[in-house]
Write a protein that binds this ligand. Structure first.
Ligand code: F6P
Length: 326
């Protein structure tokens, strides 16, 4: 491919608050630097079906405060097939798009990695997922907003948990990672976090009961990361019924509520900085990198590293949650 004149932008996979702020930053920084911008609707699906629209500066007016994504999003099994990617590449060429900025999580970056390898397309990715499960970046767009949503939900649940003196399991998202559960527990003062990362190390439910969470309190809220392997919060409540019938356990599943809402200041700032850095990266000849934030600085992370699961939750925080809830 020759010099980049036109940049296509898409959001893919699960939406995350702050995606719109990122779309705005990418679009306006690109236009400021003399590039044309095209918006691709519905993620990789729109590349395959050719749903591509010209973007101007006003296309992204009044969106920084909005949750969701104005470009829509989708999960796109067709893009996992070679035929789908061929069609996507042909539509990209037809629309005269020379480079892509993709915003999403691990599935989005996996798709970008394959497309870049097969067709030599310059692609820069931005980490957009509430799960915070991409390596090479301290945070992802949407994670902070989702954490705040969880915190507010626990604050509310606390009222009824205390009144009825009950044990509550609140299930939060996270894909296969425990960032939302663990940091949500720290932020809300929950009594424990049960996360997939500790699953094989210890029986987290038994520990909770053995540690006598009722020593000083009559109620507890436990944040449970979704985990199909154990059945998440429902699975734990079932176990309590059978193994610890003396407890009156209840389940709350926060679900997709965690993906909505106006992004926090922190997510808007992160998205704006990452979006601008994506254009700087393309100008700089970078390709096949995700832009991340590390120690407050923008960093370029190769796709393979971003997907490599080298980032680990800080397991010391599990103990901290326990200490702080005595
Ligand atoms: O990756 C974001 C996420 O919200 C995960 O936390 C969750 O497991 C998944 O997406 C849910 O996906 P869907 O919206 O397709 O149900």
């Amino acid at each position: 491919m020759g010099a980049i004149k036109c940049i296509g932008i898409l959001t893919s996979g699960g939406d995350a608050p702050g995606m719109n702020a990122a779309i705005r930053a990418v679009t306006r920084t690109a236009i400021y630097n003399g590039f044309k911008v095209k918006g691709i609707m519905r993620g990789y699906k729109g590349l395959i079906t050719g749903e591509i629209i010209d973007f101007t500066s006003s296309s992204v007016s009044n969106i920084i405060q909005k949750g969701g994504t104005i470009l829509k999003t989708a999960r796109c099994p067709e893009f996992r097939e070679a035929e789908g990617r061929q069609q996507a590449y042909e539509n990209m060429c037809k629309a005269e798009i020379d480079a892509l900025v993709v915003i999403g999580g691990d599935g989005t970056i996996t798709g970008a990695q394959t497309l870049a390898r097969e067709f030599d397309v310059p692609i820069v990715a931005l980490p957009g997922t509430i799960d915070n499960d991409l390596s090479g970046t301290d945070s992802t767009i949407g994670y902070d907003t989702a954490l705040n949503t969880i915190m507010e939900a626990v604050d509310k649940l606390r009222d009824t948990a205390t009144s009825h003196e009950r044990l509550f399991f609140m299930e939060v998202m996270g894909n296969t990672a425990g960032y939302l559960a663990l940091n949500g527990a720290l932020a809300s003062g929950a009594e424990a976090a049960i996360i997939p990362e500790m699953e094989t190390e210890t029986d987290q439910l038994k520990n909770l009961i053995d540690n006598g969470f009722r020593k000083s309190k009559n109620s507890a809220i436990v944040l449970v990361a979704e985990n199909p392997a154990t059945g998440g919060a429902m699975g734990l409540a079932e176990r309590v019924k059978k193994e610890f019938p003396q407890y009156d356990a209840r389940v709350t599943i926060l679900g997709h509520l965690q993906r909505g809402g106006s992004p926090t200041a922190s997510d808007r700032i992160l998205a704006s900085r990452l979006g601008a850095a994506a254009i700087a990266a393309l100008k700089d000849g970078q390709r096949n990198v995700m832009i991340g934030i590390h120690n407050m600085e923008m960093v370029y992370v190769p796709f393979s590293k971003a997907l490599g699961r080298s980032k680990q939750v800080n397991k010391d925080k599990v103990e901290l949650v326990k200490i702080l809830s005595i």
